[in-house]
Ligand binder design. Structure first.
Ligand SMILES: NC(=O)c1ccc[n+]([C@@H]2O[C@H](COP(=O)([O-])OP(=O)(O)OC[C@H]3O[C@@H](n4cnc5c(N)ncnc54)[C@H](OP(=O)(O)O)[C@@H]3O)[C@@H](O)[C@H]2O)c1
Length: 240
């Protein structure tokens, strides 16, 4: 894919993986980046005229509709925005479980529903969803988050099937632990944000349908592919 004439919209572009993905797309020569943020003044100074700030809370239908109307079709929609609550399935309140689902699942699906028809009119495009390896099997302590990412994995497969005939490729991205604010309280080895963002952008350019961007995610993908029950047990053992 030649990025020079292309545009990308990245949600949650103000920090973490989202901000690094913006920088990586710029380095790869993309024509235009719409940088979504709940609070646009929280966006870092990317020091690049190709970056256009967009107010975008993906849980707010009016902001998603306004973004779709103002921006129109993009070539690449990168659904990066997400949250992670620490919650156990036997103890979590419905409010805690809903919070993860509202952003990670419903918010992302809302973005797909708003932008896919515009992409279709434009002749096609790419939608990439930041899932997670925890969408493949549940991780103790972040069980509501795992469920929301499993739902997003399912939505990614569903959108892929529904949009294939419209020339829209739907990509699932499945990182392991990455060194961002989200993972700061996880006592695990973490991959660098810069390297992970770069691998995600390279995977999108190469047209990979499933991207496992960091070394841990590649190992987990192998285990999941050969022995899904083994991955369930591997994660369960993390509870000690
Ligand atoms: N870090 C990891 O280990 C890891 C592993 C696998 C997958 N992921 C996934 O990768 C994505 C990025 O995570 P990260 O590690 O970069 O997390 P992060 O550092 O916590 O950043 C999360 C981003 O999402 C934004 N966001 C949260 N709720 C939003 C909403 N309702 N509307 C729009 N934006 C919203 C945040 O904006 P504010 O600044 O306004 O809060 C922030 O920009 C997430 O989908 C996450 O689940 C992360």
């Amino acid at each position: 894919m030649n990025l020079k004439e292309k545009s990308v919209l990245i949600t949650g572009a103000n920090r973490g993986l989202g901000a690094e993905i913006v920088r990586s797309f710029l380095q790869h020569g993309i024509g235009k980046v719409y940088a979504g943020a709940r609070n646009p003044s929280s966006l870092p100074d990317f020091n690049d005229a190709r970056v256009i700030p967009v107010r975008l809370d993906i849980t707010k239908p009016d902001e998603v509709a306004a973004a779709a109307q103002n921006i129109g079709a993009v070539d690449i929609l990168l659904n990066n925005a997400g949250i992670m609550n620490f919650s156990g399935i036997l103890t979590a309140s419905t409010a805690e479980l809903s919070a993860d689902m509202d952003v990670n699942y419903y918010g992302t699906v809302r973005m797909i529903q708003a932008f896919a028809p515009l992409m279709e009119k434009h002749g096609g495009g790419v939608i990439a969803n930041l899932v997670s390896v925890v969408g493949l099997a549940s991780v103790p302590g972040i069980e509501g988050y795992s469920a929301s990412k499993a739902a997003l994995f399912s939505a990614t497969q569903a959108a892929r099937t529904a949009l294939k005939s419209k020339n829209i490729t739907v990509i699932g991205v499945f990182p392991g632990p990455i060194d961002t604010d989200m993972a700061k309280n996880l006592p695990l080895d973490k991959a660098s944000t810069v390297d992970t963002a770069e691998d995600i952008v390279k995977g999108i350019i190469a047209g990979q349908e499933d991207i496992y961007p960091d070394p841990t995610s590649k190992q987990i993908s192998g285990l999941w592919g050969s022995n899904p029950k083994g991955l369930e047990q591997f994660f369960a053992d993390m509870a000690g």
